[in-house]
Design a protein around this ligand. Structure first.
Ligand code: NAD
Length: 316
């Protein structure tokens, strides 16, 4: 079986935890960690290497020299300034765009083989768009982790409430990974039936139905809450990135809400945001235009226009 080389730029909370989850997965033969803080990347690589005898063979290196990323199949960017307590994702934009441009420039020197580029750094949709514009790569090769994490958060809440295995809950958060994201309740199913129908069958709670607004708010605001409590979020996002990596490296054709360039879907053009997308070895291969209801499509368009405003603010 083909096993790829994955490079992770930024060996902070998210980058190092992502390296750990990908290492455990046995998906790849090589992991590279790059950080401006060379000691951190080197130290993380050493620490991970000391666990290699417990997992499938994998070569792990770390440093600050971008030459190490040459011939990568996938490059994941987690570098940047992290969200501070009380800071919105959009407040991060100006700080991270400057860092990001510098990183993109260095990455592109080692991209002759046109690897897939995955952005995790926030605000992820804008930075995915910036990366797409600066790289001139085909649209499917530049993706953001988007709302894969948010979708998992909503699935968890519904699974907890209904006492059903989260993997049997199907739902999507679409649009921006952030304040304007949209919960696609019209596409939410358990055991093949719409949520409202399942609530009638389930009959577990007094309300006899899920409080959608409460679950949406919890999903949207959980990053702020976790950051307030422990400075950063990293376990779940690292698992989300691992899941996307699995679909890319394994050519799985999984449907995931990654962020990618919009080309006319629901009348939205020339900005990156998340919609259910077929993810395979080509990258974000096909963005699905599913029959969301009018309210959801309206929310999606508002999300797109917010993102366009932010991109314009930084000259993109
Ligand atoms: P962190 O501060 O722990 O790590 C960031 C790392 O980037 C640091 O090690 C830093 O040295 C490095 N870095 C900074 N500038 C660099 C440069 N020019 N080149 C190379 N490395 C550089 O932060 P974190 O908690 O790991 O978060 C990283 C990013 O991930 C943030 O933008 C955060 O908001 C984002 N994030 C995204 C999601 C998501 O779902 N998309 C979820 C959680 C966090």
């Amino acid at each position: 079986m083909f096993k790829g080389k994955v490079s992770i730029i930024g060996s902070g909370y998210v980058g190092a935890t992502t390296a750990y989850t990908i290492m455990l997965s046995g998906l790849v033969s090589e992991i590279v960690l790059i950080d401006i803080n060379r000691n951190k990347a080197e130290g993380d690589a050493m620490d991970l290497n000391h666990g290699i005898s417990f997992v499938s063979p994998v070569q792990i290196t770390g440093g600050d020299d971008y030459e190490l990323i040459r011939d990568s199949d996938l490059i994941i960017i987690t570098a940047g300034a992290a969200q501070k307590p009380g800071e919105t994702r959009t407040d991060l934009l100006k700080r991270n765009t400057a860092i990001f441009k510098n990183i993109v420039d260095k990455i592109l020197r080692y991209c002759d083989n046109e690897p897939i580029l995955m952005v995790v750094t926030n605000p992820v949709d804008i930075l995915t768009y910036v990366f797409y514009k600066l790289s001139n790569f085909p649209r499917e090769k530049v993706i953001g982790s988007g709302t894969v994490l948010d979708t998992a958060r909503l699935k968890y809440l519904i699974g907890e409430h209904t006492n059903i295995d989260t993997r049997n809950v199907h739902t999507y958060i679409i649009g921006e990974h952030g304040d304007t994201e949209v919960a696609a309740w019209s596409m939410t199913t358990i055991a093949g039936v719409r949520l409202e129908e399942y609530c009638r069958i389930c009959n577990r709670c007094d309300a006899k139905k899920i409080c959608k607004e409460d679950f949406y708010q919890q999903t949207k605001n959980s990053a702020y809450e976790i950051i307030q409590k422990k400075e950063a979020t990293y376990y779940a996002v690292a698992l989300a990135v691992r899941r996307i990596t699995e679909s890319l490296i394994g050519n799985e054709n999984s449907i995931l809400t990654v962020s990618s360039l919009m080309e006319g879907q629901y009348g939205i053009n020339d900005i990156c945001l998340s919609l259910p997308t077929i993810v395979n070895g080509k990258g974000a291969d096909k963005v699905l235009e599913l029959p969301f209801n009018d309210e959801e499509i309206d929310g999606l368009r508002k999300s797109a226009s917010t993102l366009k405003g932010l991109a314009a603010n930084i000259g993109f």
